[in-house]
Design a protein around this ligand. Sequence first.
Ligand code: AHM
Ligand code: MG
Length: 336
Amino acid sequence: MAPKISLTRYLVEQQRADGTIPSQLRLLLEVVARACKSISLSVNKGALGGVLGTAGSENVQGEVQKKLDIIANDVLIEANEWGGHLAAMASEEMEGIHVIPNRYPQGEFLLLFDPLDGSSNIDVNVSIGTIFSVLRKPEGTGVSEQDFLQAGAKQVAAGYCVYGPQTTLVLTVGAGVAMFTLDREQGSFVLTQENVQIPQDTKEFAINMSNMRHWDAPVRRYIDECLEGTEGVRGKDFNMRWIASMVADVHRILTRGGVFMYPWDKREPEKPGKLRLMYEANPMSWLVEQAGGAASNGRQRILDIPPSKLHERVSVILGSKNEVERLVGYHQATGV
Ligand code: AHM
Ligand code: MG
């Protein structure tokens, strides 16, 4: 039987092979993985750990915070503060950036995260996760929010950990996508899939259909055609899945293909979308591209969007390449 490859060994071997992982980045990724392990334990305890329900507060986006949103945020901050690998962190759950306190050495990387994605699924025991993105701090002294405002193409690492029937960590450092499953007896993440590839075509889409009347014409056209199945222009039947945790929907797509959409809609026309660019769309888009898929807001590659603020929102279409390209074509055809 082939030996089990732990996340540590995988990172060391990547570092040796092509030097894409400097040692500070390797430490950073190991610390993030350790934090995810700790979050996974809290998630698993559920009601027994007193972690369910709301915290009675709101985040900067005006969303009610769940207890686990705050627990996961605190775990990630505490785990990453002291190692000397980071200059600052940013999170969905914090309005401003968290600069590494003076008592610790400052590193050269910036970490962004959605500590607990799919918050509405926590109390109903459906898969949720942690999404993270790593950027290099631009040259210069000090660190500010401006340093974080880099396009997704500048990421040096990205990933997520999904807390489902299994706890799975999915990672890219720009050399493909690898998946690691948490071995609870050993207490470590073990490599379970390398070189993940998303099929170019699919018969499965993920979108919140209850928003249909608010969508723009291109998305409506695409979904209408999927729903027509064998009787329409697509000539095949489609299946629909919507978990309402981006992390779980994207995990399904990385595993067996599909297209995920959270498009702009007319309810709040001034908002470009629901999902956040810097700690949701960017890391997921890079993972999807690294696995041979595509990610767009309908008009532009997500990874090329220059962010103007930390909590910027974006319209998201990602997954199997041919379907994403079709959707982009429909946007071009209507000029929206
Ligand atoms: P969250 O980060 O507060 O959990 O919100 C983001 C989530 C995504 O995971 C998911 O795709 C979407 O919101 C679900 O939205 P909806 O409530 O419309 O189903
Ligand atoms: Mg989220």
